[in-house]
Design a binder for this molecule. Structure first.
Ligand code: SF4
Length: 482
């Protein structure tokens, strides 16, 4: 069995990351660097497609950017001044090279490469219709549906054909499309998944997160707006808004966990928002304790915020090893359990005899929380209080995030008190949905929420044609203690 981070195995998995550039020599090299900064959004496969003005060139591989796109022979085979790329964690379609993006097709009007971050919630229905009309699919990815809709569109320009296709899909998508007509970036009308635009000299760049601009020395220009298509080519940069305007609903989980803390999402520093969440949590669920301890690494900013607001010292009570290989072989359950200690170990000298507030970003299945609390107890902690920097995750995500089925979400099955008992913590509390919005600097409008928060509330912002699961928002308590 292969493992990654034993703690991260019990997280919602980031969806995908995309990066594109128009107008730079060795465009593919910039894409590889940008994708490297987005590696946390998908580690299963990666791909880059470039266009040299006459031909498209593509390389796709399973695994990370490093090891695949740092080889001279690979990069030399991706010439051109424009390129797009993708890092992937499979959300629809099985794992495997044929689903690694960018997907590419030779259409009647020329080559068409597409990289998507998101998930179409009516892809299966559209696919059945396209199949009946004779479309032959090469992958099981929902992104390929877009290619077939473009291929069968009656419109003439790439932009119009893409617009025609996107008017038939529902769900969440941020897209980069490369055609002989130029590079097109677009975000779904609700702006569920992020996409930013930047500049490096004369080159125009698009990326899932601002951190990818930072690493290549590019300047952030602005977000691609929800419902906007941006076309970049030799005639300049043009913006189109072909969809009916709706109130945006960007994914709130980008701030909780997905985005890197050094990114700016929706104009807000992810790091600052996470600190605010910790501060809100300390006000909503105070506890007497000796130390605030983050579950590394994602719990760190919220733990700093909790510590600063409560006055309880921040300490590293769990130490993460950075030298555990991703492919560490764990032949038996006994040895697999050791994996947790190999990657993370309690700082026993610090926590022994102390009352600890543990800060984590979320609870999904709860398996990790059980192990961490036990790790603290084994290290001699007198009390272990768990504080979670998001509301209980009670619903699945259908917008490009890998969530276990609802039956496996701990908070969908148990009250907070039952979870506390299961996890064996002295107390357990989650930030409220109102507290989460306060941390983002707003107040939740229950009639018209400003963000997608469906995994907490069950309030999905689109129809879910392909999914039959019946979700309903819970109203259980957010705090429990012994
Ligand atoms: Fe983000 Fe949750 Fe909405 Fe999915 S359901 S887009 S993870 S807020």
């Amino acid at each position: 069995m292969l493992t990654t981070n034993p703690f991260d195995d019990d997280k919602l998995r980031e969806e995908c990351g995309i990066f594109g550039i128009w107008g730079a020599d060795n465009a593919a090299s910039f894409v590889a660097l940008g994708l490297h900064a987005l590696q946390h959004r998908g580690q299963e496969g990666a791909g880059v497609t470039s266009f040299d003005g006459a031909h498209f060139h593509s390389h796709r591989a399973m695994g990370h950017i490093a090891g695949n796109f740092d080889r001279d022979e690979v990069m030399r085979a991706l010439p051109g001044r424009t390129a797009i790329g993708h890092v992937r964690y499979s959300t629809t379609g099985e794992s495997g090279l044929r689903n690694v993006q960018p997907l590419f097709a030779e259409l009647a009007e020329g080559g068409f490469a597409v990289a998507q971050n998101g998930n179409l919630s009516n892809a299966m229905k559209l696919r059945r219709t396209l199949n009946r009309r004779g479309s032959i699919f090469q992958s099981t990815s929902d992104t390929e549906v877009i290619i077939h809709l473009v291929a069968t569109s009656n419109h003439t320009t790439s932009l119009d054909r893409l617009t025609d296709a996107l008017k038939q899909v529902e769900g969440a998508y941020s897209l980069l499309v490369l055609t002989p007509d130029g590079l097109i970036a677009c975000r779904d009308p609700l702006g569920i998944r992020p996409l930013v635009m930047g500049k490096l000299g004369e080159a125009t760049i698009f990326a899932s997160e601002t951190v990818a601009l930072d690493v290549i020395g590019a300047t952030f220009l602005r977000d691609v707006e929800p419902g906007e298509l941006v076309l970049v080519n030799g005639s300049g940069i043009r913006s189109f808004r072909p969809f009916a305007k709706v109130e945006p609903r960007p994914c709130v989980f980008e701030h909780v966990y997905f985005s890197r803390p050094d990114s700016v999402a929706d104009g807000k520093s992810v790091y600052e928002v996470r600190k605010n969440i910790g501060a809100e949590l300390s006000r909503e669920a105070p506890v007497e304790a000796d130390y605030v301890v983050p579950v590394p690494d994602s719990g760190v900013p919220a733990a700093i915020g909790f510590s600063q607001a409560s006055g309880i010292p921040f300490e590293l009570g769990i130490i993460r090893s950075h030298y555990v290989g991703r492919t560490f072989i764990q032949p038996s359950q006994e040895v697999r359990n050791l994996g947790v200690k190999l990657k993370h170990n309690a700082n026993s000298a610090l926590v022994h005899g102390k009352r600890i507030v543990l800060i984590d970003d979320s609870i999904v299945r709860g398996t990790t929380s059980v192990k961490i609390v036990q790790m603290m107890r084994d290290a001699g902690a007198r009390e272990v209080h768990l504080r979670i920097a998001s509301p209980p995750t009670r619903h699945s995500c259908f917008y490009g995030v890998d969530t276990p089925e609802r039956a496996k979400l701990l908070a969908a099955q148990m009250s907070v008190e039952a979870m506390r008992d299961y996890i064996n913590a002295d107390s357990l509390a989650f930030i409220s949905i109102e507290g989460l919005y306060r941390a983002l600097g707003s107040e939740r409008n229950d009639q018209q929420p400003q963000r997608c928060d469906a995994c907490f509330t069950g309030d999905y912002p689109t129809s879910l044609t392909d999914f039959t699961e019946k979700e309903s928002a819970g109203s259980l308590s957010l705090v429990a203690s012994r």
